[in-house]
Design a protein around this ligand. Structure first.
Ligand SMILES: Cc1cc2nc3c(=O)[nH]c(=O)nc-3n(C[C@H](O)[C@H](O)[C@H](O)COP(=O)(O)OP(=O)(O)OC[C@H]3O[C@@H](n4cnc5c(N)ncnc54)[C@H](O)[C@@H]3O)c2cc1C
Length: 424
């Protein structure tokens, strides 16, 4: 594990840890409360910085495996050759400048009794409150034939980075006239509209660069996010090129064979030139290690504080949570993190947190100049995050192309705004 910190944060954490680096001040201060955050993505990086803003006394340590964060939103654009992966990458310099101590390494053991965790090769961190924001892991045991080796041939590209680039390279290498197959999982999974945005942008790539090719989406569902908007756009933009196969029509992939790039369903077999398998998912592994997942593989939380319903003093944010009606999105992760930071600042000062309202908006690109969206406002009702009636919904079905072009610009603006807030 390596630790990065601003001078001010380093001195504070040294005092909190009882390390005598400096002559002790004349009046000993009470030890500041310690919060450790695991995962420096949209939820984790947000909560770490928001906590320092809410109460600068709190000693905040952010544990993150990677020095560079690679964002998933807009990574479908990388796959379709519309942007470079560098546009997806962010560092933690501004987080350090906010007096958050960065511990680079993987948290791999949580001792909830002792309120401590182990990072990397054995460094132990103690906390008063722990926040887990690890995102997702793939359920490698869920789809016969699909394991980590198979993912090298049939990329999921559901965690951005090398997998994104692998899928990009495969599409580039494919000859015109090839068959691309995407398999989409059953709910719940990271980014409900993501597979359909990906299908759209790959279709755009094929239409413009390899027009004799075909794209099939095999789906384990009969309905999906923003379905009408997507399907109307597909009819208009990609007729004959993009085919969606629902669960009822035999879309559920039951096994894959990476040796032949074949996806099997109850209704038949599809041998693809490029196969993008988006498999079933679960909360990031550290959540399981901490005992905060239930049998679903996701984490039940209190919707006011995001404290685990299973283990006290551990809070869970973002994709890893069971968050009622809120979808697993970066927008959601960021919104939950701000609510959690405010709640933690109250709890650590023995005050009661306020009941929150949270917003989510998910934009998707159907083509570079064609955007659509879904939005919602949520609040806790009987312990569950519930959409407030009449607050959200999808964009208009019959909007003119000028509106779609504007929505594509809004999507771009949203990504710039959120990444600036979280990492800039
Ligand atoms: C193709 C695609 C397109 C998407 N498009 C959109 C979009 O347009 N809009 C939108 O709002 N959302 C979008 N999403 C969803 C969005 O990416 C996720 O919902 C969001 O990243 C969730 O944030 P998170 O903080 O929970 O997890 P992440 O952002 O994945 O962050 C988790 C972090 O935790 C770290 N970590 C995990 N375990 C450990 C450990 N044990 N120790 C240390 N570090 C650890 C990881 O390295 C990672 O940096 C998209 C997703 C995909 C796949």
């Amino acid at each position: 594990m390596t630790v990065r910190t601003s001078r001010r944060a380093f001195l504070k954490s040294a005092v909190a840890a009882g390390t005598s680096l400096l002559p002790l001040p004349a009046v000993a201060e009470a030890a500041p409360p310690r919060v450790v955050v695991v995962g420096g993505g949209f939820a984790g990086a947000t909560v770490a910085r928001a906590l320092k803003r809410a109460d600068a006394r709190i000693a905040v340590t952010l544990v993150e495996t990677n020095r560079t964060f690679t964002a998933c939103p807009f990574s479908n654009g990388v796959i379709a050759g519309l942007r470079d992966i560098s546009a997806q990458q962010f560092n933690y310099e501004k987080t350090v400048a906010d007096d958050v101590v960065i511990a680079t390494g993987t948290a791999n053991l949580v001792d909830a009794q002792a309120r401590s965790l182990i990072v990397g090769d054995g460094v132990r961190l103690h906390y008063d409150r722990l926040v887990l924001a690890p995102g997702i892991d793939i359920r490698w045991d869920a789809l016969p034939g699909y394991d980590e080796t198979a993912a090298e041939r049939m990329p999921h590209a559901w965690k951005a980075g090398e997998q994104t680039l692998l899928l990009r390279r495969q599409l580039e290498a494919m000859e015109d006239g090839g068959l691309v197959v995407i398999s989409a999982p059953a709910n719940p999974f990271r980014c409900p509209p993501g597979p359909y945005e990906r299908a759209s942008l790959i279709a755009h790539y094929l239409k413009t660069k390899k027009p004799r090719s075909k794209l099939i989406v095999l789906d384990a569902k009969d309905a999906f996010s923003k379905q009408r908007l997507f399907q109307n756009a597909w009819k208009e933009l990609y007729p004959g090129l993009l085919e969606w196969v629902s669960l009822s029509n035999g879309g559920k992939v039951t096994s894959v064979d990476p040796a032949t790039n074949t996806l099997t369903t109850d209704f038949g077999r599809h041998e693809a030139k490029v196969a993008n398998v988006i498999p079933p998912q679960k909360a990031g592994r550290v959540a399981e290690l901490a005992g905060v997942t239930d049998r679903s593989g996701w984490c039940p939380i209190d919707p006011v504080t995001f404290e685990s319903k299973l283990v006290p003093n551990i809070h869970v944010l973002g994709d890893a949570t069971i968050a009622g009606a809120m979808p697993k999105s970066a927008f959601t992760a960021n919104a939950q993190a701000k609510v959690c930071a405010a709640a933690l600042a109250k709890l650590l000062n023995n005050e009661a947190p306020a009941e929150p309202k949270l917003i989510n908006t998910c934009y998707s690109l159907v083509a570079p100049d064609y955007g659509i969206h879904v939005a919602g406002v949520y609040r806790p009702v009987n312990g569950v995050l519930t959409e407030i009636e009449g607050t959200g919904g999808v964009g208009p079905v019959d909007a003119p192309r000028a509106t779609r072009a504007l929505e594509a610009q809004f999507a771009d603006g949203w990504f710039k705004t959120i990444t600036t807030e979280v990492f800039g």
